[in-house]
Design a protein around this ligand. Sequence first.
Ligand SMILES: Nc1nc2c(c(=O)[nH]1)N[C@H]1C(S)=C(S)[C@@H](COP(=O)(O)OP(=O)(O)OC[C@H]3O[C@@H](n4cnc5c(=O)[nH]c(N)nc54)[C@H](O)[C@@H]3O)O[C@H]1N2
Ligand SMILES: Nc1nc2c(c(=O)[nH]1)N[C@H]1C(S)=C(S)[C@@H](COP(=O)(O)OP(=O)(O)OC[C@H]3O[C@@H](n4cnc5c(=O)[nH]c(N)nc54)[C@H](O)[C@@H]3O)O[C@H]1N2
Ligand code: SF4
Ligand SMILES: [Mo]
Length: 822
Amino acid sequence: MKEIREVPHICRMCTASCSVIMEVMDGEVVRIRGNPNAIYHNDGRICPRGNSGIYLQDMPSRLTKPLIRNGGRRGEWNFRESSYQEALSIVANEIRMLKEKGESNKVVVILGQAIAARHNPEVVGALSKALGTPNVIVMPLSTCIGSKLVAWGFSGVPGHHAYLVPDYKRTRFYLSFGRNLGGSVAVGQTRKAGIGKRKYELVVVDPRLSEWAIVADKWIPIRPGTDLALLLALINVILNEKLYDEEYLIKYTNAPMLVNPTTLEPIETKEVKLKNPMKEFSAIDFLVYDEASESFKFSREAKLPSLYFEGDYNGVKVTTVFNVLRKHVEEYTPEWAEEVTGVPASVIRDLAKEMGSVKPVSIEPGWSANKFYNHFQTYRAAAVLSILLGSLLRRGGVVLSMGGITTVLQRGSPPVAGPPVSDKPSDLWSQENETEIELSDGTKTKGPLLPWGRNYFGLLKLIEKERGWVILVLGGNPARTMMGEAFQKIARSKNVNLIFDFGLLKDDTVLYSDVFIPECSYLERPNQVSGIPFSLAKGFMVGGQALDSDCKAFHEFVLDLLKEVDSNAIEAYARGVAKAICPACEEELVEVAKKYSGEKHFFTNELIKLQCEKMGINYNDIMKNGIVYQTSEEWGLEMNEKILTNGWLNTASGKVEILPLKLLNLIKKRKGEIKPEWHPLPTWVPPLWMRGALGKDEFVATTGKLRNMSYTSTQDNPVLAYLLDDTGIWINKARAKELGIENGDLIEVCSEWGCVRGPAKVTNAIEPTTVFIPANYGFEVDLPFAKYKYLALNKLQTPYHIDPITGTHLLVDFKVKVKKVM
Ligand SMILES: Nc1nc2c(c(=O)[nH]1)N[C@H]1C(S)=C(S)[C@@H](COP(=O)(O)OP(=O)(O)OC[C@H]3O[C@@H](n4cnc5c(=O)[nH]c(N)nc54)[C@H](O)[C@@H]3O)O[C@H]1N2
Ligand SMILES: Nc1nc2c(c(=O)[nH]1)N[C@H]1C(S)=C(S)[C@@H](COP(=O)(O)OP(=O)(O)OC[C@H]3O[C@@H](n4cnc5c(=O)[nH]c(N)nc54)[C@H](O)[C@@H]3O)O[C@H]1N2
Ligand code: SF4
Ligand SMILES: [Mo]
């Protein structure tokens, strides 16, 4: 029997970061399986994508040598192999030249999920500082989670999918919309949802009978981009039928806050000092009407704040936030919502009644939520609905995971947005700020409410204006994942001096680059200690190194690059990394960085040792077991309760805010006027496609992930490509018949901006106005195993469809025409 060595790691086949064990035999990883020690995470399970990581060892499209363009234009596969040093020096020279001219800001970093999942805080903080550029585009932020992050954020909790989660194991009723836990899998969530499912009722809202809708107790098909109307009608019924959690609203929220009914401004506030286990901070207290003493009091001094008070305060007419909300949603009746969504009013009424009578209820906080123009208000409505039902931060409701708890206690994260690097404003930000947006009421505004300075439409504008840009793509495939083929547009510009790709696979981004350096795959590199996503228990994960290979991983590559650009920057980088992930390691890590002289994984291995030492983790334990827990899930549940009951939320008042005061302030400062798009109370905003009538031959495009594909990066994985089933473009049977389309026919789908082609999946399992275009297809380079070359979603989009709040990009929200290809 040959010996099998077991090496724990963190799965990098998607951002869900499951803890895995790699079985190594004879210098090969022969199997990857779930880590049984990850009891509060993926719990010994992984998905087929996780299993298929072993193909990274020898799949034909894995690139292992640096490449340098050998003439020809970007977009032509014309490269020669080079040494690491030669490729590195070309990139370093370009960056150094910009630095010497004082133009470091012309270095633009595009951060893909493959590096963002491991190194997001370090890149945005440490690397951009070391390079001297504030211009960082984080793909998962600008294409995936932007609007929802701040939507929940304004109520006091960061709306990041790994930070804010349904408490699947303890809920009794789960309303899932726009999420497909059975297909768009994160085993750390899907597993818990599966365990809990025996005890909760599952209602899935989706235009399509997804893998998750199939296992639901009820599937509610809905027109794309109209979930907001459904949620508003649920709020309407819950308020009218008094199905809300009165005690929760009175004790923990600003529902009783007295405001001016016209301006929504609080009538009177005062500052209070508060202290949580990590920080002292000041918050405001607001005036309420105390029913116990029949007088006006600040909320923290009142015994029984009234939800319903209306009257005069010092001659001024005042009312509560609760009253204003009730009035505000009066028009959003189930009958109105039926017209918009296609969901019968009776179904909406029954759903509201059920949600109001069962406890606890969990409402989906969402993941990929940058699909439609109204997604900010959609997730504001989801947050307010959760609050009305008393389920935010409650057992069995929607809760903060360990990452979310830490973020809230440190009082970081959204809605604080804007330029990512503090010492210089992002150039992208100024472009976003200047962009004209046409609002749903027909007026125009300049710039989104909260421009983030991370979005590539800003880059498109900048490179038209100035010469000499250097683009660094780190761990992503923007040629396929940027909307409207923005990357190809950037690559065609003569004003871009160099495009560099630090990737792994032969993909369309390499095709449009000048220089490519491969990173080691996760099988060949260690992984620094990191937190556990979605987890209520506190703990840490790590990755050992299973294989050796001739390549560098991220940290060491960055150090090599900085050494050539400006060796002084090495210290800045080490400090930045420490600040982002291990503040107590700072001085020692600077020494490690200075000592580094090119040995593979040296910095990472030393970092792991330092992290263990400073964070109270036993090194041998974590290296052997892959994951260590310092608490059980009870810790997370208790912390949620403490945050709720002590008023430690990240809002102006520290309480759960239905009417977000930070948002109100921001509107005053940035816009001066309340518009439906950023109304502080949940407000109807139609999706973009509804601005005109939907023609008889038109459909609304939407998208989602395929269960056995990750982003665009697994298309050529031999076993995953083989496993693809249910493929193709979903179209409703009756509508397909009108167009003479049969199952399997080659069809063309065209938007205003472009066309894609693929086989039709003709089915009753999709709502008639919708065409569903899977997100994971399409490529330009030659790939031996990949299917559906011409089904690239980003050919249909425009980079200028943006979210009016954060300026992030909308994945869909446009009309399409469909025809059979003869
Ligand atoms: N067409 C389309 N566009 C999308 C999406 C979609 O599904 N389809 N999804 C949207 C969403 S939700 C997201 S989060 C973003 C994601 O967008 P991206 O971050 O661009 O994601 P990927 O498509 O996974 O990037 C794939 C590339 O990452 C590189 N890579 C993989 N592993 C490694 C590694 O270990 N190291 C390095 N250095 N590189 C590696 C490979 O070269 C691979 O080709 O895209 C958004 N845009
Ligand atoms: N297999 C697989 N799993 C993945 C990934 C992957 O690439 N492949 N990527 C990971 C990443 S980065 C992300 S962002 C998550 C994404 O995970 P999810 O947020 O679950 O995202 P999607 O698959 O984009 O969409 C989920 C469902 O929303 C439906 N939908 C589309 N439009 C609408 C609408 O207007 N209303 C409603 N109610 N539903 C709608 C789609 O039909 C789909 O079934 O998945 C993660 N897990
Ligand atoms: S969900 Fe699947 S691909 Fe994603 S990290 Fe977990 S095992 Fe890997
Ligand atoms: Mo994503």
